[in-house]
Design a protein around this ligand. Structure first.
Ligand code: GLN
Length: 517
């Protein structure tokens, strides 16, 4: 059943901002519509870990009051948003999908969250994720998996499957994700949504609970390229509280997206990366990728084939550097400072170490334990040079491959993820199969360059979506928006409307729950 056009949850964030500006709707009405939608469908999707109806409505009322008073407003003032549960939110639980942080309520906001609040975006709630952002399916959440709105028996990607599913299921027009190895882009690909990993250091990491500090980056999760650009401008910028934050003005992402949507790609050199395709990629995913390249060529772009030979080592490099950093970051969960504290059974007066051991045993899931062990091993004396040190050297070579490729091309392109959404449970017991989902996304994190995933079409016999990845040089994020918007415009033309309109399960969700308008 198609929802009526008066259903505010079906509009893009840009459309909602326009409707607010035109006085057609209030932020309280919009926020309520999304809260109603969450109440109607999230029992089946499970995109949210916490919903903050009162807080969101209060922020919406404040935005409406500012608007009525003629006070200065941000471009997205009054448009509600969902936030991945890895970002600290003052007064709202922040669990990182882990039992060890159950019940922890941060006393402060992450900088990204502070910026959202200052820009007047009501925060609907916190979204589900793989525990401490480790995973590609959201199945490693200690609070149960999120379901892909395209097919509730399938994964929504990970680790930010909650944010992607919330946006795909029309529970939120916008969401924040974080991407350490692909956790914004891969969920975007398998849910038919748009996800952006900004240049490392261009969006503050302050208050983002670290998985791997040298790789983590927060970014937009949306249904259109323009919406991502709008959100990116809100959350970007220098932050003294993050020592790796780059002191540069926020880019003109919205302008780039609008320019791209006009469709002229003349003079743009698109580099197809030889190593990010072929074996291991589903034929339908490759077919949609090729068609997208062809559309960009039709719009005037020039295609060049580029080879980045070290990219084949990116996954192995990542799975040394990431666990090394993670094992050190997770040491702070010691049962003393945050969340869970488990007293060991059968010990009369347990030592701090006994409590720590019992708490970490009960509080961390298997994947987290696996990576703590891997990381501790990689950093141990005698192995440090052979593993961690070697990985850092390969990381430098990967960056050099990017530099050389960007001499020949303005952007690099590839499929975002090798496959469409797989069934829940299918790869849960096979860590390597799970890790392979990020084959194409990880190089960008290792080099710190920005990337976007844009829906490329339906890629298998079940009618599930795939994503097209665009990568740009560091601090040239505008290019993602320009090329992404051009591709999106060409594909929308071809499809005759948004890809999400073709999601069968979404229609069933509407039907089962009644329209939320
Ligand atoms: N799937 C990757 C991992 O498990 C990426 C995670 C992420 O980007 N947070 O590490």
């Amino acid at each position: 059943m198609t929802a009526p056009t008066t259903d505010w949850t079906r509009r893009t964030a840009a459309e909602l901002a326009d409707a607010l500006a035109a006085g057609e709707v209030t932020s309280v009405e919009l926020t309520r519509a999304h809260l109603d939608r969450i109440a109607a469908v999230d029992g089946e999707v499970h995109a949210f870990l916490h919903v903050d109806a009162d807080g969101a409505l209060a922020e919406a009322a404040a935005s409406d009051a500012r608007r009525a008073a003629g006070a200065p407003l941000s471009s997205l003032d009054g448009v509600p948003i969902a936030v991945k549960d890895v970002l600290a939110t003052a007064g709202l639980p922040t669990t990182c999908g882990s039992k060890i942080l159950e019940g922890w309520v941060p006393p402060y906001d992450a900088t990204v969250v502070r910026k959202l609040r200052e820009a007047g975006l009501p925060i609907l709630g916190k979204t589900n994720m793989d525990e401490f952002a480790m995973g590609s399916s959201t199945e490693h959440s200690a609070y149960g998996a999120t379901h892909n709105p395209w097919d509730l028996d399938r994964i929504p990607g990970g680790s930010g499957g909650g944010s992607a599913a919330a946006v795909a299921a029309f529970e939120a027009p916008l969401a924040i994700g974080t991407d350490t190895g692909g956790s914004i882009r891969q969920p975007g690909a398998v849910t038919g949504t748009v996800g952006v990993k900004p240049t490392y250091g261009s969006v503050s990491r302050y208050g983002l609970v670290a998985l791997a500090n040298s790789l983590d980056q927060a970014g937009p999760v949306t249904r259109t390229v323009l919406d991502s650009a709008l959100l990116h401008e809100v959350i970007g910028g220098h932050d003294e509280l993050d020592s790796t934050s780059i002191d540069r003005p926020v880019g003109a992402y919205v302008e780039a997206a609008r320019q791209g949507a006009a469709g002229d790609m003349t003079g743009v050199r698109i580099g197809v990366v030889t190593e990010l395709g072929g074996e291991g990629y589903q034929p339908g995913v490759l077919a949609r990728f090729q068609e997208s390249v062809d559309l960009l060529v039709k719009a005037g772009a020039e295609v060049v084939e580029v080879s980045c030979p070290t990219f084949v080592h990116a996954l192995a490099t990542y799975y040394l550097i990431l666990p090394a950093e993670a094992s050190s970051n997770l040491a702070k969960f010691d049962a003393m400072r945050y969340g869970l504290r488990v007293l060991p059974e059968g010990i009369e007066s347990p030592s701090a170490e006994d409590v720590m051991r019992a708490t970490r045993d009960a509080g961390f899931g298997d994947e987290v334990k696996r990576r703590i062990i891997l990381g501790t091993y990689a950093l141990s004396s005698g192995y440090y040079d052979a593993y961690y040190g070697q990985a850092q050297k390969v990381r430098t070579l990967i960056s050099r491959d990017f530099d050389a490729a960007f001499e020949k091309a303005d952007v690099l392109v590839s499929p975002t993820a090798p496959t469409t959404a797989f069934k829940l449970g299918e790869k849960l017991d096979d860590p390597i199969a799970m890790y392979l989902n990020d084959l194409a996304t990880i190089p960008a994190n290792l080099a710190g360059v920005p990337g976007i995933s844009v829906p490329s079409g339906l890629a298998d016999e079940d009618g599930l979506p795939a994503g097209f990845q665009i990568l740009a040089p560091a601090l040239a994020d505008e290019r993602l928006y320009r090329v992404g918007a051009a591709l999106e415009a060409a594909l929308l033309d071809q499809w005759g409307g948004p890809l999400l309109d073709k999601a069968p399960e979404l229609g069933k969700l509407d039907h089962r729950n009644g329209d939320s308008a």
